[in-house]
Ligand binder design. Sequence first.
Ligand code: GLP
Length: 245
Amino acid sequence: MIHNQIIIAKTPESAGRCAAQHFRALMQTKPYCVLGLATGSTPIPLYRELIAMNQRGEIDFSTVRTVNLDEYKGLSPEHEQSYRYFMNDNLFNHVNINKANTFVPNGLAADVGAFCLEYEKKIEELGGIDIQLLGIGHDGHIGFNEPDSFFPKITHETQLTEMTREANKRFFDGDIGKVPTAAITMGIGTVMAARKVILIATGKDKAEIVKKSFFGPVDPQVPASILQLHKNCVVILDEEAAGAL
Ligand code: GLP
């Protein structure tokens, strides 16, 4: 049984604006909300819209807490391709958020196992995630949960597939050798525990995996397919990403 609401917007920008409306509705009604955030090129139009809404005084980040999905292992927060740097650069530096209330997995954690448990505890202490934002990889990965024989439950260390490193090398001077081989990511269980999930996919290169994820069987080889079972998941596509439906 598929519970997802699927919205087809015209362009990546209108998909971002549509997602921003969900965030605005939450932030206006729950000032201490917890936002689960994502990186990649897909959420950039959404972040631009949230910045504009903040500048117009429509949304206030001063009491908002955020938790990010994932981080490359081995990259420091200052590294320009780290997800902490991405979040500062694309959102946090431009809105009235208290950075002490923003959490991104620590790619330099000495004891990764202990860190992952702490991250789960932190999410729980914050009261759980109100909206978890997701993009989607070409192999159906969400966060850095790659295709596997099972759905990983909690935050964990993971090895990146060749396909993912190939797709992400564009951020590393086109050199796959510079793309980290491992990451720390929320688990599928962490994502599924969010009260609401918003997945955005844009561009024709996402059309096939969108179809497979939301109209194929629920299968850990297509990690995003689990979202079919989430009771409150909104999938926002542009026309190109909806092209195979
Ligand atoms: C990375 C991130 C994912 C993201 C995916 C797609 O692998 N870990 O969270 O969804 O890339 O990125 P893009 O939006 O750039 O296509």
